[in-house]
Design a binder for this molecule. Structure first.
Ligand SMILES: [Zn+2]
Ligand SMILES: [Zn+2]
Length: 322
């Protein structure tokens, strides 16, 4: 085995450590809540049953959205964005960046690409050898170009982008609800232990830690969740929030916004009843006919929000993932 291959395998293995850590904490919280709190500590059967039913609803939703975020393969640009063979050879032979740009410009003429680099050049990924669609960025960890890339998240060991952004936001929401529910129901037993109103058993330590860990995770997730809700409302990714996308007329941080409701719909889908579920709903209003009408009007029409490649994915690959 080549050393570089071994290093890559090693890195791939190590990248799962944060996910394993989260899962161990979740497994412990499940044991501590169900066994130590509900079975050993709570004496009232009615209270036990209600606590356990509600707990399992939050637990299930949290695990579902978490694993959907982890297992959703990042969406990459479709093959239309790769340079045709002849142009690729020309591009590679060319020594001058200006001449290379001319080749890219000629190819990009047939593509729905509206964003540029800071210097006004066509965005090209040398690593993947393709013209980057709008909102697409190369992730060095995944070693690929990812559509509507938000960020690479070590806690899910995956890129958060077009294919799983909804799941990621739901994962934050349900993990917060899970923590709030645990902290709220544990609080009275937490106080009872401190005031010596309950027997001094090993359950005491589990309950104490449950409260602290749930509180700590809630506080840390709250700010991240609020930030992502704000981004959803503005139709921005984390990358775009730090650096405004550059259009033909220059940078515009609001270049992708469609209005609040459409921005939310773009992430959560057009079926309101599925907004709270980690299921993908294809967007009806991003059909190719609409695109044809809007493409040459204001970029604020939002046609840039999702490009040709994404719409194609929307209709084929993403639809099959549900
Ligand atoms: Zn790339
Ligand atoms: Zn990545």
């Amino acid at each position: 085995m080549a050393p570089s291959h071994a290093v890559r395998c090693c890195q791939r293995g190590l990248s799962w450590i944060p996910v394993i850590f989260i899962n161990l904490v979740v497994c412990w919280s499940y044991y501590a809540y169900v066994v130590e709190l509900c079975i050993y500590t709570i004496a009232n059967t009615e209270e036990q049953v209600i606590y356990l039913i509600v707990f399992h609803v939050f637990f299930f939703m949290f695990i579902w959205s978490y694993w959907k975020t982890i297992i959703s393969k990042p969406a990459s640009p479709s093959k239309e964005f790769c340079l045709p063979k002849a142009d690729k050879e020309l591009y590679e032979k060319e020594e001058f960046p200006e001449a290379q740009q001319e080749i890219l410009k000629r190819v990009a003429r047939n593509l729905p690409v509206y964003t540029r680099t800071g210097s006004g050049a066509i965005r090209y990924c040398d690593r993947c050898q393709l013209i980057k669609p709008d909102r697409c960025h190369h992730c060095s960890t995944c070693d690929r170009c990812v559509l509507k890339m938000d960020h690479h998240c070590p806690w899910v060991n995956n890129c958060v982008g077009f294919s799983n952004y909804k799941f990621f936001v739901l994962f934050l929401a349900y993990s917060m609800l899970y923590c709030v529910y645990i902290a709220a129901t544990v609080l009275q037993y937490f106080i009872k232990f401190w005031t010596n109103h309950l027997p001094d058993t090993h359950a005491k330590f589990h309950v104490l830690f449950l409260f602290f860990v749930a509180g700590m995770f809630f506080i840390s997730i709250l700010s991240l969740f609020s930030y992502h809700l704000w981004l959803v409302g503005k139709n921005r990714t984390t990358i775009e929030a730090f650096r405004a996308p550059v259009f033909r007329n220059g940078p515009d941080k609001n270049g992708f916004t469609l209005g609040f409701l459409k921005n939310v719909t773009q992430v959560f889908g057009d079926q309101k009843k599925c907004w709270c579920l980690p299921l993908y709903r294809p967007y009806d209003f991003y059909d190719e006919e609409n695109m044809g009408e809007n493409v040459e009007s204001s970029h604020k029409n939002g046609i840039y929000c999702i490009t040709w490649s994404v719409m194609k994915l929307n209709k084929s690959k993403v639809g099959q993932n549900t």
